[in-house]
Design a protein around this ligand. Structure first.
Ligand SMILES: Cc1cc2nc3c(=O)[nH]c(=O)nc-3n(C[C@H](O)[C@H](O)[C@H](O)COP(=O)(O)OP(=O)(O)OC[C@H]3O[C@@H](n4cnc5c(N)ncnc54)[C@H](O)[C@@H]3O)c2cc1C
Length: 450
């Protein structure tokens, strides 16, 4: 079997997936050329005073472990044990994510995580990182990738085969393939956008709210969330409709912004001294789901991460899924000696999982902004946890399967959760309070959940 690693490969985009993939391929002795549009993050400071964070969970951690990265990543992490729900009057309630000590998710700075991955990739002599190189198009028929050098202003073509396109949700590679009629793409934009804001550290440098939780202000049609940073601040994100009554369009000036925050996020606004400046300065970002097929062009090119299957952020799984893509690809390298069969198997094995997490992420938006306050939701969540305690090998709440059980594929988590929901509905006839028939529960679980 000729090792695939005898030929060099390209990666387009040194974001989260591209940088991790470069590390994994370098460990398998591939020569890798990475083309990234942005400047080298090792030489530039991130945007001053701004830190954007993400929730890292078990799937992402498993992939980072596979790449030998966890020792470097661990110091960047803040554990979050549950959702801290903030009511309109400022009362808080912690809803734990899981019931075991290790069932936590972690807040991590996107920029710091990306930087340590790039630093690690750069340690390998066979990895060449090319910054300020924008990929304009993939041209499979011509066997080329077209690049623009952002400093020189010049364009050039490099041989395409094989290329991993990890250039994110707005992938230029994906667009060029769609324009050429080689793939089909559907981009479903949500009618809600987002804006990132800051809750600075308290005067003593410590976190001004409980640091080990993901804070949520659920308000039905919209919500604010906040994740902790290691410098004592929180990054808050407002998710709000683009147009309509409570919407970004309706926030026409500082007075309207202030009024919305003071009426809806009373306790948060007291911790946001720069709210109005931040609100005016920060961009309003779009959200959406990208459905693409196929993900590969023979053995020439493979789309991966957000470039193939961007999702809405409400399950905190986009990066985790992108990292899992990298781990799956790495494991396939052990069994394949041709890129075309490897890419085809990758797509076959990941397509239904990508579709499943896309669906669950959309569903989770309703849960986060609304259902978390619903008594029936809380009752069934408590029952689900109890069933997990009694039948741990068979009944695992959906959130836990997605966040804490990387051995259960997303598609399987979605399927099992639908069965579990039926069981919960049958057991919860509205009179639950302490009167669950656990013998019946056990029988239903044994019958329906292998
Ligand atoms: C508001 C928000 C919150 C989120 N929260 C979470 C979370 O809590 N947990 C989670 O798991 N996920 C989260 N996500 C999703 C996560 O950000 C993405 O899924 C993840 O970044 C995907 O990684 P990627 O490498 O595919 O793309 P990216 O990280 O976007 O990387 C793409 C890279 O390609 C580069 N690039 C782009 N175009 C070109 C080009 N033409 N040529 C060369 N380079 C190019 C970019 O500069 C970038 O470096 C969130 C997303 C949003 C929008």
């Amino acid at each position: 079997m000729t090792p695939l690693s005898e030929r060099p490969v390209n990666i387009v985009g040194a974001g989260l997936a591209g940088a991790l993939l470069a590390v994994l391929l370098a460990r398998r002795r591939f020569a890798v050329d990475v083309y990234e549009r942005r400047p080298d993050p090792r030489l530039t400071e991130g945007e001053r005073g701004r830190s954007i964070n993400l929730a890292l969970a078990a799937r992402g951690i498993a992939a980072l472990e596979r790449a030998g990265m966890m020792e470097r990543v661990r110091p960047l992490l803040i554990p979050m044990r549950g959702r801290m729900i903030h009511s309109p009057s400022g009362e808080t309630q912690l809803q734990p994510y899981g019931q075991r000590r290790d069932e936590v998710i972690y807040s991590v700075s996107r920029a710091d995580l990306n930087r340590v991955l790039i630093e690690e990739a750069a340690r390998h002599p066979r990895v060449r990182l090319h910054f300020r190189q924008t990929c304009l198009a993939a041209l499979p028929q011509a066997g080329a990738l077209r690049l623009r050098d952002e400093d020189a202003g010049s364009e050039c073509d490099v041989p395409i085969a094989p290329t991993f396109a990890t250039d994110g949700a707005g992938s230029a590679v994906r667009s060029s393939l769609a324009r050429a009629g080689l793939i089909e793409v559907r981009e479903d934009r949500l009618d809600h956008d987002y804006k990132e804001l800051t809750l600075p550290a308290a005067g003593d440098g410590r976190h001004a709210m409980h640091p080990h939780a993901l804070h949520i202000w659920p308000r039905g049609g919209f919500m604010l969330i906040a994740l902790p940073n290691t410098d004592g601040s929180f990054t808050a994100t407002l998710f709000l409709a683009r147009s309509g009554a409570d919407s970004f369009d309706s926030l026409t000036g500082p007075d309207r912004v202030k009024a919305l925050f003071q009426s809806q996020f009373t306790d948060a606004v007291q911790l946001m001294p720069h709210l109005l400046e931040d609100f005016a300065a920060r961009p309003q970002g779009p959200l959406g789901t990208v459905y693409t097929q196929p993900w590969h062009i023979g053995g020439q090119l493979l789309l991966l991460g957000d470039a193939a299957h961007a999702i809405v952020p409400f399950h905190g799984q986009g990066m985790n899924a992108a990292f899992e893509d990298c781990a799956v690809l790495d494991s396939l390298l052990e069994r394949h000696d041709g890129w075309d069969t490897l890419f085809a198997e990758f797509e076959r094995s990941r397509l239904s999982d990508a579709a499943a997490i896309a669906q669950m992420a959309l569903e989770n938006y309703i849960e986060m902004r609304d259902t978390v306050r619903d008594p029936m939701y809380l009752r069934r969540k408590a029952l689900a946890m109890e069933l997990e305690r009694r039948f741990p090998d068979r009944f695992i709440p959906r959130y836990s399967m997605v966040m804490f059980h990387p051995e259960i594929p997303y598609s399987e988590a979605l399927r099992r959760a639908a069965v579990q929901d039926e069981i919960l509905a049958e057991l919860d006839d509205g009179r639950l309070a302490g009167k669950v028939d656990f013998a019946r529960a056990g029988a239903l679980i044994a019958e329906r959940l292998a």
